[in-house]
Write a protein that binds this ligand. Structure first.
Ligand SMILES: [Zn+2]
Length: 270
């Protein structure tokens, strides 16, 4: 029913953005990230125009005409349906992050389980996640659709690209919709891996030295001014106290191979 792929990039016609939002809604529904009418997706169309999914509708059943256009204050300027009550959270992110052009909010069960358990996803156990998202912090609970929720999320928006919301779900965002969606996938994948380590009763953290190398490797692969920004990014989890000398089971060569593979994948996605 919906597209099986969408192209990267934020410069598209409004019609294409409409189709892309419907495609991502379908993917979130298929993957079980949303149930019933949960979740919401938006794209920045222009300086004061946001295209967003409607409330009270399955995100797997939307058609391009169901979408709503609002201004940055959330006032409807196009479409006949009502925008989601969680739109203010999207608008906050657009206001604080001029680099962001798309936002996804969903309730993927494992990541949301961590959020409901009061646990952030902030342990450096996966090199790809350290490279891609850094840690995923936990914002305190706020009633959906109220200023409580936006106030709870606000402190994390500038320095992170994915946030767990206590007893609620996950919000991810990026320069384009494909990136925002893939960050939702990464967050849920990381939550699954973290859960397995909890079940196994053992987590081996990457050491402080390994994390430094990851940040350096990320900077090497990021060009120009982006490189300096990446090196200075505060998103990488701090080296775990007391674990910095813990022996990990990867050799340096294996770790470097993993990093290179992650970087290649990351570059291919851009
Ligand atoms: Zn929600």
């Amino acid at each position: 029913m919906h597209a099986e792929s969408i192209s990267p990039g934020a410069v598209k016609t409004e019609e294409q953005h409409r189709r892309d939002i419907c495609a991502v809604g379908g993917w979130m529904h298929e993957r079980g990230y949303v149930a019933s009418t949960d979740g919401n997706i938006s794209v920045r169309l222009g300086p004061d125009r946001i295209l967003t999914s409607p409330t009270c509708m399955s995100k797997g059943m939307m058609t391009p005409d169901d979408l709503v256009v609002t201004d940055l204050e959330g006032r409807r300027v196009g479409g006949s349906r009502k925008a989601s009550s969680e739109l203010p959270m999207h608008l906050l992110i657009y206001r604080l992050r001029p680099d962001v052009n798309a936002v996804c909010h969903a309730h993927p069960p494992v990541a949301t389980g961590f959020a409901a358990a009061g646990l952030a996803l902030d342990k450096p156990i996966l090199c790809e996640l350290v490279m891609g998202l850094g840690c995923i912090p936990l914002a305190r609970y706020g009633t959906p659709g109220t200023s409580e929720l936006t106030a709870a999320v606000e402190p994390f928006v500038r320095d992170h690209n994915a946030i767990l919301m206590a007893n609620h779900g996950v919000v991810t965002y990026g320069a384009d919709l494909l990136t925002a969606f893939q960050r939702m996938e990464s967050a849920e994948h990381f939550a699954n891996v973290a859960l397995v380590t909890e079940l196994l009763g053992k987590q081996v953290m990457l050491s402080g030295g390994d994390l430094e190398k990851l940040v350096e490797a990320k900077a090497r692969y990021t060009s120009g001014s982006q490189a300096a920004a990446a090196a200075a990014e505060p998103k990488t989890p701090a080296p775990p106290r007391g674990d910095a000398t813990e022996r990990i089971t990867l050799t340096r060569r294996e770790l470097e191979a993993l990093i290179d593979e992650a970087l290649e994948k990351d570059r291919a996605r851009r």
